[in-house]
Design a protein around this ligand. Sequence first.
Ligand code: AHR
Length: 394
Amino acid sequence: MAFESDGGASNPAHGQHGNGLDAHDRSVVCSGVRRKAVIAPRPPATAGRETSMKPRNPVSRRVFLSILGSASIAVGCARSESEAERATSKPGSANDTARRAPKKLSEIVIGFSQTGAESSWRVAHSKSVQEEAEKRKIQLLFADGQNVHNNQINAVNGFITKGVDIIVIAPQESLGWKPTLKEAKRAGIPVVLTSRGVDADEDLYETVLVADFVWEGRQAGEWLAKQTNGSARIIELVGTPAADVATMRKAGFAEAIAKHPDMKIIASQSGDFTRTKGKAVMETLLSAHKGEINAVYAHNDDMALGAIQAIEAAGLKPGKDILVVSVDAVKPAFEAMIEGKLNATVECSAVHGPLLFDTIEKIARGEKVPKRTIVPGKVFERDQAAALISTRPY
Ligand code: AHR
């Protein structure tokens, strides 16, 4: 049954975040800036071309605008008053969106520009978004950026030309988005960011749904400090350097180990969030620093799993000779922990679908949404893995 805007009361997908927690306000530090954010409730425990989910008759932007136009006539705004309002409002801002008349959710079209499929996490993120669109019978145009920034820019420009109703971006890189976001704003299309942020003025997008990446890095650093009594020679496998998530995970880890003068990063190199590159980089670093390394911090599980293969190929025992800690908490990481090869992983939830579509529905109904929502995570250690693997949703 298609869900249509009725204030959300009839939407069966609402309230499915699992633990019954309400979202609550909390101040968090991201990119060194203290901002007001909302911590999202936990999701329930449960993977260059554009594809369309459940294609139906897409409603053109013109129709959307004409619905909005007639709605403002219906509320009987005096012309001079609405003109004054337009003059003082920022187009595309939450205020502006709040004055839009609701549109049937069954008619909206979402353009989703995904980074690619570089990791198990990313595959799970795409799956969560696509499944939720299907569940709510909302049309989703999915563009796989194949981990090329320009593919994503082109996809989003294409969505603007098509006149989709809302654009969702999971950006590979944080820079270079301003002209495209300005274009979307000029076209009156709200933009929602998921999984990573962009380096652009906040009024160029509606909201960003991300994890606290600095916190994740800090958790990994503190965990390692505890395990090694503050003495470690570390290889850091960095994610995609142009992504905010890599910069922030690096910063959080550096902050945690800075308290321990005997914890040293011997080498820090990018493995681009992939298992293949994580393995290749680790092979090189193991032979360049023979006998020196006793810990690996990988910015994601896939690179850690690649590093584990390299450590084994070098005749060493991952998890014992070399401690391995990473971020994501994907199922394969739990399998590696059960095998004793990975020591700990910091959860970065990939299940963004329900929260994303709750947010989209609010925007479509003209409700205000917080500028930033933090999707919470926790730390999982090796001895918890066997008991918890069956509860992992991705
Ligand atoms: O943006 C989230 C990160 O991107 C995940 O940690 C990583 O696995 C993915 O590729």
